[in-house]
Each structure stands twice: as C-alpha cells, then as structure tokens.
Design a protein around this ligand. Structure first.
Ligand code: KG4
Ligand code: ZN
Length: 356
C-alpha cells in the first residue's frame, strides 16, 4: 500500500511516498530557508509563491526517487493507493498550494484523499526510523515548533487531548526572535544552539513564568526578560531599537545570552512535562515532536525525566522539521483506524485548529 503525501504548511515544499507504513520510498524536501535568511523570518506571500514554483518538480522527484516511473517515462500513478496533504494549521497561502495540488491529483487520478493535521504528522514522525517503533498508550506528546507549544495526551491513535498550550508565543518563535535580537541567522533554533556551545548557561538567570493552568506555557515574558537584560548589559535604555543591539554585543555576550536563554526555555519545557507526568501517572511514554525537538541539549536534559529511557522518544533529527514522510505516516494510522477519506471538493483550510 503506497501513500503519497504532500506538505507545504510553512516554508518547506515536500512530497514523500511511504510503502506499507514502513518503507520510505522517497522523501523530497525543498526548503525556503535561504530565501528567508535575508529577511530574518518567513514572509507568507513569498512562501506561497515559492511553493507554487516548487510543488510539481518536488512531486516528480518523489516519483523518480521511488523508482515509480511507468514504461512511457511518466509518474506511475497506478502504484499510488492514497494521497494525503497537510490542510491545517499553517500559513494559509502555503497550505493552499499543497491542498489544491493534492485535491487536483486526487480527482485526476481517482485516489482517496486524506487531509492531515500538521501536529499529528509531527507526532507520527517518531515512527519514521530504520526500525519502526510503536507507541505505547497513554502517552504524552510535547509538540514544540515554530507555531506551537502543546502537551497532548493520547490514549489511542484516535484520541488527542490538549492538556497544556502556550498562552502567547510558541517556543520556536521565541528562539527565532531572540536569535534576531542577538544577530544570529534564521532559523533561530539551530543558530542559538550552536552559539550556546561557547556560552555560559548560568550567566544570566531568567524567570520561569506562572500560568493559571500550571500545564500551560508562556514565552513572551521570557523574550522580554532577555531583551531587557541585553539592553542593560549594552548600557542602553529600553527604547533603544532591538535590531541595533547586535552591533554592540560582543561574541562572548551573544554566546552567553544564547546559552542562558536556551537553558531556561528547555528547563521550562521539562518542568511542565514533569508536572504533566505527576498529573497523569498512568502515562507510559513521552514523545517529543516538532522542529525544536532537534535540539541536542533538550535530548540530553530529557534523560532526567522520571521514565525509563526507552519510553522517551525523539524523532530522528532528519524528520524533526517539516517533511512529508511524517504526513504519510500519520495517514497510514488514520487509514488503519478506519478513518474515511475526504471529498476532494470539500477540504477545509485553516491557519489555526486544534488536533483531533
Ligand atoms: O516544526 P517546524 O520545522 O515548523 C513548524 O511547524 O513551525 O519548527 C520550526 C522551528 C523554528 O522555530 C526553528 O527555530 C526551531 O523549530 N528549531 C530549533 C532547532 N531546530 C529547529 N529550535 C531549537 N533547537 C534546534 N536545534
Ligand atoms: Zn512543523
């Protein structure tokens, strides 16, 4: 059974073909990072236009890498059983390109079509590995990406309960904004992680926010606390433009701020997870999902969680960012759970929706 999946929710155009939920025949990802480095962040209009240029070549490449080319030299659609696509959440213009393409292909080639929630895909990235694992329920998934910070409790492949969520910024967004203040390149996560290697994580101490629901997150206060401390250590007042600070900071200060911020942000994640484990003592495993789960220090710190190491899952780093292989894996489990395909003429798009 072959699933062809498409992902275009933010700034990666991706297509993958997954066979029987275990053999990844192809996994093509074209990233727009180089375009957005000079802007320091994603510009939605440019992202949508770039998806439009990339989407058909990316799909062709996925067929070619999977060696699914017919004798006449065209993509062998007879070998595809299902099509799936990210339809929510994400940037609307970006989602539109992927979903319109998937809908058109499903109608043209008469294939069942599955719209998939982006966070579900990130969670199922944990099953993409050379030796596929399975989930043990109930589990807690910590989804940490550029747009989300959520703790999701799953008791089965079809039951998702959000037990904690960010009240303001997502953690990845916070990494990206702090990187911008420090003059480090986009995306901020990897550049903060690498600058932090030569910094002192205890040089600056930042507060851990309190939230009415203790399992919720809040990162905007941390972002402001870092900004104010940077301004103070540069001897400028709070009206000094944040984009000018990087000209004053020394390389050592940049590394110390990167290390101290990263350390605090990751400790907050682990504190909330520990609390969630106490609140749901029947939890048998924890899994990390989303772009921030690539963070190496987080992977080390997670070893302190009160669970056996084998029940703490991280996606293979090559699947932690946006890709279509994870969309295909999530689709495989939707099909296994007897979910019906959707009418290709009626796929809803939404920039924000909760996983269900
Ligand atoms: O899941 P993702 O690729 O896209 C969204 O769905 O948002 O996540 C992107 C986010 C960005 O904010 C990026 O800075 C962050 O993941 N990220 C990291 C690391 N690698 C990527 N954050 C911390 N440490 C990393 N190593
Ligand atoms: Zn993502």
């Amino acid at each position: 059974m072959n699933i062809l999946a498409i992902e275009s929710s933010c700034d990666e155009t991706a297509c993958a073909i997954l066979q029987d939920g275990k053999n990844l025949l192809s996994n093509v990802v074209v990233s727009q990072i180089d375009i957005f480095k000079s802007y320091g962040g994603v510009i939605p209009e440019i992202a949508a236009r770039s998806h439009l240029e990339a989407i058909l070549p990316v799909i062709d490449q996925a067929f070619s890498d999977a060696h699914l080319i017919s004798s006449s030299g065209t993509n062998d659609w007879d070998k595809i059983d299902y099509i799936s696509v990210t339809n929510t959440p994400g940037l609307l213009g970006s989602l539109l390109i992927g979903t319109l393409t998937a809908r058109t292909l499903a109608i043209l080639h008469n294939k069942p079509l599955y719209p998939v929630h982006h966070l579900k895909s990130h969670i199922y990235a944990n099953l993409l590995e050379s030796s596929p694992r399975s989930f043990s329920f109930p589990l807690l998934a910590l989804v940490i990406s550029g747009g989300h910070t959520q703790i999701i409790r799953m008791t089965s492949h079809t039951d998702f309960q959000i037990i904690g969520t960010t009240l303001d910024d997502a953690i990845g967004e916070c990494f990206d904004k702090i990187a911008k203040i420090l003059g480090l390149p986009y995306p901020g996560g990897p550049s903060i992680a690498s600058a932090a290697l030569s910094g002192n994580p205890n040089k600056y101490l930042f507060p851990h926010p309190k939230t009415p629901n203790p399992l919720d997150f809040s990162f905007s206060g941390l972002k402001t606390a870092v900004l104010r401390t940077v301004q103070k250590s540069c001897n400028v007042n709070i009206n000094f433009p944040s984009y000018e600070l990087k000209k004053i900071l020394t390389p050592q200060q940049i590394s110390d701020f990167a290390a101290s911020f990263q350390n605090t942000a990751l400790d907050i994640l682990l504190e909330k997870l520990t609390l969630a484990l106490q609140t749901y003592p029947d939890t048998t495993s924890i899994l990390f999902a989303g772009g921030v789960s690539a963070n190496l220090l987080l992977r080390q710190k997670a070893a302190t969680l009160p669970l056996t190491p084998s029940s703490i899952l991280f996606p293979d780093p090559k699947f932690s960012g946006d890709n279509a292989a994870m969309v295909a894996m999530a689709t495989f489990y939707e099909i296994k759970s007897q979910k019906s395909p959707s009418d290709p003429y009626k796929i809803p798009l939404a920039s924000r929706t909760n996983i269900c």
